[in-house]
Design a protein around this ligand. Structure first.
Ligand code: ZN
Length: 187
């Protein structure tokens, strides 16, 4: 997988207007999220529409609070493993909200956000793990400040507000594969 101006050739491009410049140009944190719209429903067009700012909030009663919300992520990984990219990794997407990592606030400034289509309780698919691992490997190569110990869940940087990616996400499976890969790269 290659990147051109922060756009990955291993993802479908679905451009979001919800982004701006990274104040320091730094990419040094990866944040894993989940999303489903409506909650628990998969394979529908509403996530793309939300991130593109064109969600019809009348389409489902649960969408009312999303009216006018300006959010995005860099990537979505659908249940079949398909990757979608909304914002260049060189730009700041709006996924983390009020957040803190170590001594630093506003994690959007220096992070990449990946959304997994899913919920906190439903197991993610094998295709999603495979796709996420491949994408993460490519990001680790492209952004040297990003390392396997700087990968967190949204729940870790916004613990009072957020629970995603939830107990359904197998961190040991994901990080174990990544560490195998980085060790193989070194030897
Ligand atoms: Zn999240």
């Amino acid at each position: 997988m290659r990147f051109d101006s922060g756009w990955c050739d291993g993802a479908l491009r679905c451009v979001s207007p919800h982004f701006n410049q990274r104040p320091l140009g730094e990419v040094s944190l990866l944040v894993i999220h989940n999303i489903s719209l409506p909650a628990g429903c998969f394979g529908l067009p509403y996530i793309d529409q939300l991130f593109q700012g064109c969600l019809d909030t009348d389409a489902d009663a649960s969408f009312a609070p999303l009216q006018g919300l300006q959010v995005s992520a860099h990537f979505l990984i659908r249940r079949n493993g398909e990757r979608v990219q909304y914002v260049s990794c060189d730009d700041r997407a709006w996924h983390a909200g009020l957040s803190r990592y170590g001594e630093r606030d506003n994690c959007n400034d220096f992070s990449i956000g990946i959304e997994l289509e899913g919920t906190d309780t439903e197991p993610y698919t094998d295709e999603q793990y495979q796709s996420l691992i491949e994408l993460t490997q490519a990001l680790l190569l492209e952004y040297p400040l990003l390392t396997t110990d700087r990968i967190v869940g949204h729940c870790d940087i916004a613990p009072i507000r957020k629970t995603d990616p939830g107990q359904s996400f197998a961190w040991e499976r994901y990080l174990g594969k990544l560490k195998e890969y980085t060790e193989a790269m070194r030897s």
